[in-house]
Design a protein around this ligand. Structure first.
Ligand SMILES: Cc1cc2nc3c(=O)[nH]c(=O)nc-3n(C[C@H](O)[C@H](O)[C@H](O)COP(=O)(O)O)c2cc1C
Length: 637
């Protein structure tokens, strides 16, 4: 690879790459972690072989790309430039795609996305509702870049922002542009990146560090992984620009070891950047030196917290420390250290390349740009969703997510990861931004969005998140270690039907104590799931405590299953499907559930035909005694 010595060299290389690609068509196959679990490697191999076999070699390029967002439909094969999108592709489908679409220009109907609400097949990716309402300015290039190709990144203008900064902007101007853009950190707190950069820049020390936080510990969140796997150079370019602005010559990427493909692609990207002279000494002949080390984290949630992460980089146990002096001033080895999230860094080249004014044109007054969410839970379309700040929850959940499956009712959405809050239906039209989410008792966090339907118990939901946080508390400070455990004990008691009225007040007291006195934000934010469910779903707590009833039929100790003798038609379905043989009965005998044996797995309720509707779930009421005469009289209802 030739070393690039100037912005002009970079531009020349770009022209050469574009000329070499010769306007070829592209088959972009999602081959990130999600795709690989569903056979995407085989799909790519099949495309490569079939394209050669059918005489298209040199005319069609196959790209192994990161996630495009609609992960649940992977492997996806996107044909560019037309934008034809095939979902759930298997290696066996490839010969037909090549002959029909690439050779004959026809679509393969059966592999197109089918809109479940209309039954209509949709050819173009941009017309699929999941994508149609998104604005993928950060994630979007994943589909155009082979995950191991720096040239693909450069062809799209990659490293142009770095060249612009190094050749035409002072470090202060770069900081000024990021401040003007009002870029707020995408990893949790939403702190203004430019202000943090300036603090580190102004800190009196010759040695400074810049760090990428790729710990991504929130369960269900994987936007950072998808960026690192699919477009690692965007993160790297942002980091180099930041290092130049701040005056750092050493960077770290702290990435969890459970992301092997992201780590692998990062190493490839670093090597390529070094070969082109985009890392190392005298980058683009600017006199600026900078290089990066990858630090693999051992996967503790708390290690994502800034001081814990920096302690881990020093080679110690990743536990938080008091931040009387901020890490931006005294971080790794007590040197000024600027930490930003993966998505924050990946946004920087866009701001420098297109300008702060362009960026400020997207989003709300207080939150500019877009945010990537991982939309999961009880929603029809799950995946990564990038929307402008200010998009409403309703647009994300219903227009993009396609609403709630099985005709069920929306109940709530939990945003901000395990320590975020639960937001009820009345706030569906809330514009999503940092401040609006805080106002309703939740937070942006790193972008987790878990949708819940009517079958979700809110007390159990709070218990679930507190259980995670109790496990992940490092135990260093008493309020967090003991307080979360206490809240968990109370919640468990309530879900087991052993709650008392005073428990609600006790929960609130402990929650406020943890919120006010924990050492780090793991503790101070841990009460959010409890406080928000208490705020919006207090009646469910009361039902559990006062009536020993779980309205959603989730808390097993409070739920029983019973077969209504007046409705049972002895069809044997529940009996045959019961995994623990708790149901007795015969072809002409009313079925009965043995309450001692029943594990409350819900199978009998699910398999009982709706026309009989004989299996009932009971909560807060006793199970009637079995009928004495179990002989079935057919036809009754
Ligand atoms: C318990 C805990 C875990 C965190 N985990 C992450 C994480 O995985 N990724 C991340 O970017 N930020 C995480 N944060 C937030 C970081 O401490 C820090 O605020 C962030 O990396 C700064 O980058 P940003 O300003 O670009 O968001 C975590 C915070 C806490 C308290």
């Amino acid at each position: 690879m030739p070393r690039l010595n100037s912005a002009a060299d970079l531009q020349k290389l770009r022209q050469e790459i574009l000329a070499r690609s010769n306007g070829n068509r592209v088959v972009s196959v999602t081959n990130g972690t999600d795709g690989r679990t569903r056979g995407s490697q085989g799909v790519i191999q099949a495309f490569t072989e079939e394209i050669e076999k059918q005489g298209l070699k040199g005319k069609v390029d196959v790209k192994s790309t990161g996630c495009h967002g609609f992960c649940e439909k992977e492997p996806i094969a996107l044909i560019l430039p037309e934008g034809i999108c095939y979902v759930g592709v298997e290696a066996e489908d490839v010969p037909e795609i090549v002959s029909q679409t690439l050779v004959n220009g026809k679509t393969v109907e059966r592999l197109l996305y089918e809109d479940p609400s209309t039954g209509q097949k949709i050819t173009k990716e941009s017309e699929i509702p999941f994508y149609k309402h998104q604005s993928q300015i950060v994630l979007g290039n994943n589909r155009r870049i082979d995950m191991e190709s720096i040239n693909d990144y450069i062809a799209l203008g990659g490293y142009g922002a770095l060249a612009k900064a190094l050749s035409g902007m002072t470090p202060e101007q770069v900081v000024g542009e990021v401040k003007k853009a009002n870029l707020r950190g995408r990893g949790g707190g939403g702190f203004p990146a430019g202000t943090k950069w300036e603090t580190t820049r102004d800190a009196p020390d010759d040695v400074k560090y810049v760090i990428v936080n790729a710990d991504e510990g929130d369960p269900g969140a994987y936007m950072d992984r998808s960026l690192l796997e699919g477009n690692p150079h965007s993160v790297l370019e942002g980091l180099i620009i930041g290092a130049y602005a701040i005056g750092a010559h050493q960077g770290f990427i702290y990435v969890r070891a459970e992301y092997p493909l992201a780590v692998e692609n990062l190493y490839v990207a670093l090597e390529q950047a070094r070969d082109y002279g985009l890392l190392g000494t005298n980058i683009l002949n600017s006199g600026f030196d900078f290089d990066v080390k990858v630090h693999r984290g051992a996967g503790a949630f708390v290690s994502g917290e800034s001081s814990a992460l920096m302690t881990a980089i020093e080679g110690k146990v990743g536990e938080p420390r008091p931040k009387y002096i901020r890490t931006a001033v005294k971080g790794v080895w007590d040197r000024p250290s600027n930490l930003n999230n993966v998505e924050t860094w990946a946004t920087v080249p866009l701001i420098i390349g297109k300008g702060a004014d362009w960026f400020k044109g997207i989003g709300t007054e207080g939150s500019k740009g877009t945010k990537i969410f991982s939309l999961v839970g009880k929603v029809n379309n799950t995946g990564l969703v990038e929307v402008p700040m200010g998009t409403t929850l309703r647009e994300v959940i219903f227009d993009i997510g396609g609403g709630i499956p099985d005709g069920k009712k929306f109940k709530a959405v939990q945003t901000g990861g395990p320590s975020g809050g639960v937001i009820p239906e009345k706030f569906l039209d809330l514009p999503i931004d940092f401040d609006e989410l805080s106002k309703v008792g939740s937070m942006m966090g790193s972008g987790g969005m878990i949708v819940m339907d009517e079958d979700t118990c809110m007390v159990d939901t709070a218990r679930y998140f507190l259980n995670f946080l109790a496990d992940e508390s490092c135990g260093k400070c008493v309020p967090c270690r003991e307080g979360i455990r206490q809240m968990l004990d109370i919640l468990t008691r309530i879900t087991e039907g052993k709650g008392e009225k005073a428990d609600i007040e006790l929960l609130e007291d402990v929650a406020m104590m943890v919120k006010n006195f924990a050492l780090c934000a793991l503790g101070t934010s841990a009460p959010n799931p409890v406080l928000s469910t208490l705020q919006y779903f207090r009646d469910e707590y009361l039902a559990h405590i006062e009536e020993k009833r779980c309205p959603a039929y989730v808390c097993k100790p409070l739920v029983s299953y019973y077969i209504d003798p007046a409705k049972c038609q002895a069809c044997m379905l529940c009996l045959r499907n019961c995994p623990v043989e708790a149901i007795s009965g015969g072809k002409n005998q009313i079925h009965v559930i043995d309450q001692e044996k029943c594990t409350k797995c819900n199978t009998c309720f699910e398999v009982c035909p709706p026309r009989f509707n004989a299996v009932r779930r009971l909560s807060g009421e006793p199970v009637p005694p079995p009928v004495k005469d179990r002989t079935l009289v057919r036809g009754k209802s």
